[in-house]
Design a protein around this ligand. Structure first.
Ligand code: FAD
Length: 296
């Protein structure tokens, strides 16, 4: 289908984009990589009167060292992040996960900011950002504010962003000393996740999760507060698998704790799988994620 008619403005700076959003309010939509917005416009689920193209704002495309965090510009493309040295060194779970998105064409156009702002529950990056405890930096007419990833994703295609705000940066903690994994289950390599599971595990000296640990089996036990587990596409937003985390903290082994993965979730049914299928898949992926995180 052909999108409804719209006006187009190429933003020359972040300030220019904000001015245009301020003037046009909810009539305007930001265009970054266009890989989520344009398909919606083509089927007329979105019909903005004005597209504000921020796709060429190089001032918002970067990865910078910020002490115990990395600052990632919202306009940084998935492919750039996948091969970024700083990100691979200090936050490998994010560098890995963006490499799991779609196909090379999608990764060369799509941006991390677009992926986050779109609020698609099937997107891979949001669950990883929630697991990391990332911070979204947002600019609007009133200035800048910071939003924790756990508060940012609010529902189906709904985030804490206002219509007149621009997501400028995502801050992620350095994860040195942590094991990590993102398990994406999809029928074909370029497909969206049927379900995804992210795990971050803090290694403790000398314990079963210590640096000397060289392998895992289903009887491995973790201590309290050592693991964070989140899920993709098991509800209307990325979900923290708190029942799994609590079971691990109470001394349950990986296999037993992973069985709790579908607790409190509300997965969709769609052509890729029924809700029941997803509830069966989640424990398997969580267990794989925990095992891989412990082996890294
Ligand atoms: P756009 O489409 O330009 O924008 C998306 C939305 O975010 C719009 O509402 C826009 O106004 C808003 N927005 C964009 N940037 C900002 C900003 N800085 N501040 C505020 N609002 C902003 N994703 C996955 O996670 N996994 C996949 O497997 C996957 N497969 C895909 C396969 C195909 C064939 C396609 C077309 C897309 C796929 N995607 C997948 C989505 C892809 O990651 C998109 O690139 C991403 O979701 C949106 O990024 P974008 O830069 O294209 O955003």
């Amino acid at each position: 289908m052909i999108p409804a008619a719209f006006d187009y403005e190429l933003a020359s700076s972040a300030d220019h984009a904000l001015d245009l959003l301020g003037q046009h309010g909810d009539e305007a939509k930001l265009l970054a990589g266009g890989h989520s917005l344009l398909p919606l416009m083509r089927i007329r689920l979105a019909a903005p009167g004005l597209l504000v193209d921020i796709g060429r704002l190089s001032e918002l495309a970067y990865v910078r060292d910020a002490g115990d965090q990395l600052a990632v510009g919202a306009l940084t493309r998935h492919e750039t992040l996948h091969f970024d040295d700083l990100l691979n060194q200090h936050c490998p779970i994010l560098a890995h996960t963006v490499g799991e998105i779609g196909d090379p064409q999608v990764r060369h156009r799509g941006t991390i900011g677009g992926s986050v702002a779109h609020g698609d529950p099937a997107a891979d990056v949001p669950a990883v950002l929630v697991a990391l405890g990332a911070t979204m930096v947002v600019r609007g007419q009133q200035g800048q504010r910071e939003i924790a990833a756990g508060d940012f994703f609010q529902g189906l295609f709904t985030t804490a962003l206002e219509d007149t705000e621009l997501l400028t940066e995502i801050r992620v903690p350095k994860t040195s000393g942590m094991g990590w994994s993102y398990q994406k289950f999809n029928p074909r390599a370029q497909d969206w996740a049927v379900v995804g599971a992210a795990a971050l595990v803090r290694r403790t000296n000398g314990g079963p999760t210590g640096p000397s640990h060289t392998g895992t089996d289903h009887r491995t036990v973790l201590g309290a507060g050592t693991a964070v587990v989140t899920l993709t596409n098991m509800g209307e937003r990325p979900i923290r698998a708190t029942a799994v985390e609590q079971a691990l903290a109470s001394g349950a082994d990986l296999a037993t704790a992973s069985q709790e993965a579908a607790q409190g979730t509300n997965p969709p049914s769609d052509p890729l799988g029924s809700a029941e299928y997803r509830r069966g898949l989640a424990p398997v992926l969580v267990r794989r994620a925990l095992e891989e995180a412990l082996s890294r």
